[in-house]
Design a protein around this ligand. Structure first.
Ligand SMILES: Cc1cc2nc3c(=O)[nH]c(=O)nc-3n(C[C@H](O)[C@H](O)[C@H](O)COP(=O)(O)OP(=O)(O)OC[C@H]3O[C@@H](n4cnc5c(N)ncnc54)[C@H](O)[C@@H]3O)c2cc1C
Length: 348
């Protein structure tokens, strides 16, 4: 029986280990969770926006397959605390590939998706000042999940299925497949997958392994009180604003950042970005919370130049499974299934 180690207990590592247990015996799978980082990892901070439509075709396919699986599985929905609020994706115009992507989503999740013009949207009154050519891809069956809750439950399920779940840091992964846990006994594996999110680069660098172009970037959003009836989960590409309803009468609103190469665990919120988020939210959706009632949240995510969470080989038997690039919450179900199958095939 091949022995497989997964290093990193975020949603990527936990989900991959769980998928591996579907194709090999649980006893073959060893997950090193890296406990001390958990409070600051991307899975804990994630906004969890989940939909099927993405402008990038490869990501759209993965997001649609992931959402279709989530919707067909009551267990996954419960574990991920899925809330179906609907989703709106605003684009500056109808691109040449958009109709094909809408059809793709329709084939995976029938009856969910439709396209509205800026005029239709203005009539609804939720978004203001949209460019004239804008269109909205609207999904009824989409919303948000908690990657943190899903990860926690997967760790329990993994232990039940006989996998070894080891809390604590891994000091190093060597080119010949040795995993060296901090304060533990080093062990050799047939395959090692480093799924340590934004910590992946530094872990690989300790043994001179290449990081294959991975980079880190801060992501920041604000949490504030809901004021009136705001939009459901949405992304507005025309302004960069995204958001969703949050627990207990609060909303989450964010803008993309350009804060690259940030050390994970040390991403203080940028007050200038917080003000910009509030300015754009005021003009686009009329959001004006009482002063002092907004809290900024920032965390660091791992990006890959080709975008998206996928299994990337580094050396014989050594892989990364990271590079979620700000969106792995919605693609992890399909990405982990593909990764587990391809990893097990490579060991036969
Ligand atoms: C603020 C924010 C908002 C987001 N919002 C959304 C969203 O709305 N929708 C969406 O789809 N996606 C969203 N994302 C993206 C998504 O949440 C991430 O892509 C996903 O959580 C990444 O999971 P991961 O497991 O790769 O990384 P992480 O969650 O960062 O997990 C990495 C794990 O590796 C462990 N580790 C680190 N070093 C070691 C070591 N030496 N040994 C062992 N373990 C180690 C850490 O403890 C950590 O648990 C968001 C991300 C952020 C940061």
């Amino acid at each position: 029986m091949p022995r497989i180690a997964v290093v990193g207990g975020g949603i990527a590592g936990a989900m991959l280990a769980w998928r591996l247990c579907e194709v090999v015996k649980g006893g073959a799978v060893h997950l090193f969770t890296g406990e001390p980082h958990r409070w600051a990892d991307a899975s804990a901070a994630s906004g969890g926006l989940t939909r099927a439509f993405e402008p990038d075709p490869a990501l759209c396919l993965e997001a649609a397959d992931s959402l279709a699986e989530l919707q067909s599985s009551p267990a996954l929905r419960e574990w991920a605390s899925y809330r179906e609020t609907g989703s709106v994706y605003l684009l500056p115009g109808l691109g040449p590939g958009t109709a094909g992507l809408v059809e793709l989503v329709r084939s995976r999740i029938p009856g969910s998706i439709s396209v509205l013009t800026a005029e239709d949207l203005s009539a609804r009154g939720t978004f203001r000042g949209l460019p004239e050519e804008s269109v909205a891809v609207v999904e009824k069956r989409a919303g948000y999940v908690s990657p943190n809750a899903l990860r926690d439950r997967l760790l329990v399920e993994l232990a039940r299925s006989g996998a070894s779940v080891v809390d604590g840091q891994v000091d190093a992964v060597t080119r010949d497949g040795e995993v060296r846990p901090a304060g533990g006994v080093p062990a050799r594996f047939d395959a090692v997958v480093v799924a340590a999110g934004a910590w992946t680069q530094s872990l690989l660098a300790r043994t001179g392994l290449s990081d294959a172009g991975l980079r880190t970037k801060a992501i920041q959003y604000v949490l504030g009180p809901s004021v009136g009836t705001g939009p459901s989960a949405f992304v507005d590409e025309t302004s960069g604003l995204y958001g969703r309803a949050y627990a207990e009468g609060r909303v989450l609103l964010g803008l993309p950042t350009d804060r690259w190469d940030i050390t994970p665990g040390t991403a203080p919120a940028d007050p200038t970005l917080t003000s910009r988020i509030l300015d754009v939210a005021a003009s686009r959706i009329g959001y004006r919370p009482p002063a002092g009632e907004v809290k900024a949240v920032a965390a660091v995510e791992c990006y890959h130049p080709t975008g998206g969470l996928s299994l990337r080989p580094l050396a014989r038997g050594i892989y990364t499974f990271t590079g979620g690039s700000g969106g792995a919450g919605k693609t992890v179900l399909a990405a982990s299934r593909t990764a587990a199958r391809s990893l097990v095939r490579s060991l036969r």
